[in-house]
Design a protein around this ligand. Structure first.
Ligand code: FMN
Length: 184
């Protein structure tokens, strides 16, 4: 079976981010044998400015590199916190950069699975609705099921790892769906 190359994008820049912990647990412990996942840093992605997005030479290097990584990946896993009932500005900004050039985004037809994690019982589900809407706009190939929310996440993490077994199984099932979508 061919290796599936996945990219994990984290919508939180916080050092102790629970979304980052969940992503890294997926990358290191929950992938099927034939899949690998890389998690690029989004710290250097500037705020979107269309003036910088006019030519290849005007585009920030960090953005060009990220676009290339997404283009090379077979599928993407997005993990975002919920900020004021929406996705984080970090992930919205990243998706705006990745959405261009209009109609020819590296996310177009790219299989994408979305997950949210939050200390709240609701697990960031409202941010997830917003993410789905944006991914719809860029014509990504959304993995519709399962929709992964990890509620009360603080109690599910220990020593920098997601340890809650139902949440781990939920994520593993999502990754299988993502890999199935990649294979068509
Ligand atoms: C500006 C701001 C707004 C927030 N709004 C929400 C919210 O609407 N819903 C929610 O579940 N948590 C909300 N939170 C709490 C975040 O879910 C919490 O900080 C979470 O740990 C962030 O994800 P991270 O651990 O990956 O950084 C908010 C936090 C901040 C800083």
């Amino acid at each position: 079976m061919q290796t599936v190359h996945l990219l994990g994008l984290c919508g939180s820049l916080r050092k102790a981010s629970s979304n980052d912990v969940v992503l890294r647990t997926v990358a290191e412990e929950l992938l099927p044998a034939h899949a690998v996942m890389e998690i690029p840093s989004l710290h250097d992605i500037p705020l979107y400015n269309e003036d910088l997005d006019l030519t290849e030479s005007s585009t920030p290097v960090s953005v060009s590199l990220l676009r290339q990584m997404v283009a090379n990946a077979d599928g993407v896993l997005i993990a975002s916190p919920e900020y004021n009932h929406g996705m984080s500005g970090v992930i919205k900004n990243t998706l705006d950069w990745l959405s261009r050039p209009h109609g020819n985004s590296v996310l177009k037809n790219k299989p994408v699975l979305v997950m949210t994690a939050s200390p709240a019982f609701t697990g960031g589900v409202r941010a997830q609705q917003q993410l789905n809407e944006t991914l719809w706009a860029v014509q990504a190939k959304l993995v519709r099921y399962p929709q992964i929310v990890v509620g009360a996440v603080a109690g599910k993490i220990k020593d920098g790892r997601l340890i809650d077994e139902p949440a781990r199984q939920f994520l593993a099932a999502g990754i299988v769906s993502l890999c199935d979508t990649v294979r068509g």
